[in-house]
Design a protein. Structure first.
Length: 109
């Protein structure tokens, strides 16, 4: 059995798997239940990443150091002016953020 035959039309489901893993999954010796379980887990992960991309896209962006200027010494209420969280605060890398937002933009699921 070839990878192309097994995974034809399932690009989104298996795009994160390494070529070695794909060949192992497509091998006749791999039980169909195992193949289905891995495909299901991969699909759940993909849906979560797409949802994360949607949430990131909708979030107010943190402006970083931008905007500090003449009023930098003005006393402000910490709650009223708390900036949105940074990607680092969320535990997300720039690469993950970019990738997830691109997946959301594809609208694949």
């Amino acid at each position: 059995m070839h990878v192309a035959e097994v995974y034809s039309g399932k690009f989104i489901t298996v795009m994160d798997l390494s070529p070695t893993a794909l060949y192992e999954l497509a091998a006749p010796s791999t039980p169909p239940e195992d193949r289905e379980e891995i495909e299901h887990a991969t699909e759940i992960r993909m849906r979560a990443e797409i949802r994360a991309g949607e949430l990131l896209r909708e979030m107010e962006k943190n402006k970083g150091a931008q905007g500090s200027g003449s009023n930098q010494h003005q006393v402000r209420s910490p709650d009223a002016t708390a900036p949105p969280p940074t990607l680092s605060d969320l535990g997300v890398t720039k690469t993950q953020s970019s990738r997830w937002q691109k997946l959301d933009a594809l609208d694949v699921c």
